[in-house]
Design a protein around this ligand. Structure first.
Ligand code: 1GP
Length: 246
């Protein structure tokens, strides 16, 4: 069977993809399933499951199962820490928050979790993750040394590091609910100097910001808050379309 990593790379080869982030702590598994189905119909390529707080093995498992059942989309655990793990997901982003001041977020939690991930047989997808201003809750909880919005060179150096480490993806994160997404200039600078597939997220809630991220060179665009706040399917579809350039 094809790995989730290969699925993502194949889709990215045809253009920018959209991934929807669902926090299992924010609604019932049944409602998560409905959201995933709606997003699939809108053109979303994969579902990320995670949150900074309140995620348990229980709500992660039931949410992943409901999403899979209702949408059939690949489910990827986007972990907020090492304590929640579930074999109900199709894959896990095995990520390092590279610009954290806390060594646990860089490599400690990964060392703790790796044997369990191996034992459970979950596909792990290595990813470098860096937090850009404003950073929001994940920046705070993760003790990130935020990349300044006017410092694309720093973002480029991190992306090069992730690439040289052999990571499969690099994620520029402005933080969930950010009032400003990652600057397009920063996305473009990273894209111009690395080949590693680039994921961008945080604060993307409009077709305009999604389009700007795609045009700057994002390979995958993540939206979370939009799904929670918006009950207008037209807008959801418009954002996914703009993200994918359809
Ligand atoms: C958070 O990048 C994601 O990890 C999504 O952010 O909730 O602002 O869409 P939003």
């Amino acid at each position: 069977m094809m790995t989730v990593r290969q699925y993502l790379l194949d889709r990215i080869a045809n253009g920018t993809i959209h991934m929807a982030l669902i926090d299992p702590d924010k609604q019932s598994p049944e409602d998560a399933g409905k959201i995933a189905r709606k997003m699939k119909d809108a053109g979303t390529d994969a579902i990320l499951i995670g949150g900074s707080t309140g995620v348990t093995t229980g709500n992660l498992t039931s949410t992943a199962k409901a999403i899979k059942e209702s949408s059939g989309l690949p489910t990827i655990h986007f972990p907020g820490g090492p304590d929640e793990l579930s074999p109900a997901v199709d894959a896990i982003f095995f990520m390092s928050m590279m610009n954290s001041a806390d060594l646990n977020n860089v490599v400690g939690y990964q060392v703790y979790a790796a044997p369990f991930i191996k034992k459970l047989g979950i596909e792990s997808i290595p990813m470098g993750y860096v937090i850009v201003e404003p950073g929001m809750k994940v920046g705070e909880v993760g003790k990130a040394k935020l990349i300044k919005r006017d410092d694309p060179k720093k973002a480029v150096a991190y992306a090069m590091t992730a690439e040289m480490y052999g990571m499969s993806f690099f994620y520029l994160e402005a933080g969930s609910g950010a009032d400003r997404p990652v600057p397009p200039e920063m996305i473009a600078a990273v894209k111009a100097s690395t080949k590693i597939p680039l994921i961008v997220g945080g604060g993307i809630r409009t077709p305009e910001t999604a389009e700007a991220a795609r045009k700057a060179g994002a390979d995958a665009i993540v939206t979370g808050t939009l799904l929670e706040q918006c009950d207008n399917d037209e807008i959801l579809r418009a954002v996914v379309k703009a993200a994918k350039g359809l």
